[in-house]
Ligand binder design. Structure first.
Ligand code: DPM
Length: 360
């Protein structure tokens, strides 16, 4: 691949046109997600020429260690950002929940697409079909390497045991079905649906049992922050409610200084011009937790401003499609809820959780 060069194509009519290259991880889920975003871009811009470039990331290469233990914040994003930086690709599609709340300088999220079901789901070993987390027998082993899921579910279902499971979705389902190690695994409903495995979902976890991760269920497109033409082109992909919910969630996590290695969970809703944010922090065994809800009024969403520039950036997201005042209020809501939980001792819970996890 020629480094530092944009790619062009000469059409039949002799005109030269730019090719937009989309970087992606190579797992089946990542490719499906990237294809779906590419399809949406083509719908909006039928003449655009897109090329998909698959890459492996650290998170794909290290398969034997729990995500939360690897300690690299940008597990799934670093190689892709390197490719963006070198102009080897122009856009990168990610699951928003894998993108740190502070992106490295020079990068930004140009679009957050309409969120699908953000909740977590239970996938049972075939021999347990018909059961639920509640009715699984004493000491059944549940596979997840999410500290967030384990912390909330340990508290709620003390009869269950939780063990790490790594690998992409295909590997995990195989490990579940073909061995006898796990009675069930917990995965994001959105990922299962995108893979066409909705029929394996036996239970969707309600917020009272398990709140979701910041950004879960939403796809994001990362670009070079200086590419204002691409930012403008992609701005139409943004879904207003999803953008506001995810800005609030990301601001909450950022202010708590949490990453993918701390047990932090959220629940958001937009209803009657109000944005609601519930956030929780947990000790690793779930015995200690803090949870609270706050809301803010969201003004009718006029366009933010005519042109994209650095004033549009909020927790890594740059869009002019959603009103600037609403975006500010969403960010404020996240920060205010984080402050409230910090005033009640969230910092101590998270510091202890981090130390315990490092010592595991
Ligand atoms: C992050 C976590 C997990 C992924 C931690 C968490 C789950 C790790 C595990 C930050 N990224 O959720 O508390 O289960 O061991 C990931 C998935 C998706 C994006 C798969 C999943 C698909 C859903 C989406 C891995 N990242 O969570 O089941 O697009 O939100």
């Amino acid at each position: 691949m020629e480094e530092g060069l944009f790619k062009y194509i000469r059409n039949g009519d002799g005109k030269v046109r730019r090719i937009f290259r989309i970087g992606t991880r190579k797992s089946q889920l990542a490719l499906i997600q990237t294809d779906s975003v590419a399809d949406k871009i083509k719908e909006l811009y039928p003449d655009i020429i897109l090329e998909i470039v698959g890459m492996s990331t650290i998170g794909d290469k290290i398969l034997d260690t729990a995500l939360s233990k690897i300690g690299e914040k940008s597990l799934f994003t670093k190689e892709l950002e390197n490719a963006l930086e070198k102009n080897m690709v122009d856009l990168v599609v990610h699951s928003l929940k894998d993108l740190p709340t502070t992106l490295p300088p020079g990068f930004t999220i140009a679009a957050v697409l309409k969120r699908e079901n953000p909740h977590d789901a239970v996938v049972l070993h075939p021999k347990n079909v018909g059961k639920s987390l509640e009715t699984l027998s004493e000491n059944s082993v549940i596979g997840t390497s999410s500290l967030r899921r384990a912390a909330q579910l340990k508290k709620k279902f003390p009869h269950l045991e939780f063990k790490d499971i790594r690998g992409n979705l295909n590997t995990r389902l195989k490990k579940l079905d073909e061995k006898d190690d796990f009675a069930a695994i917990i995965l994001a409903a959105a990922g299962l649906r995108r893979m066409g495995w909705e029929n394996r979902i036996s239970q969707i976890l309600e917020p009272k049992d398990c709140m979701y991760a910041v950004g879960q269920g939403a796809l994001a497109v990362e670009v070079r922050a200086r590419d204002t033409d691409i930012l403008e082109m992609l701005s139409v992909l943004n879904d207003g409610d999803t953008v506001l919910r995810c800005i609030a969630e990301r601001a909450f996590l950022r202010h708590l200084e949490g990453g993918c290695s701390v047990p932090v969970a959220v629940h958001t809703e937009v209803k009657d011009s109000q944005l609601y944010l519930t956030g929780g922090v947990y000790s690793l065994d779930g015995s200690e937790s803090l949870k609270d809800t706050m809301q803010t009024c969201i003004p009718a969403t006029a366009k933010c401003q005519e042109e994209v520039d650095e004033r549009c950036q909020r927790v890594g997201v740059t869009t002019v499609k959603v009103g600037g005042e609403s975006q500010d209020k969403a960010e404020r809501l996240g920060i205010d809820l984080a402050k409230l939980l910090l005033s009640k001792g969230a910092k101590e819970i998270l510091t202890a959780a981090r130390q315990q996890n490092d010592a595991r």
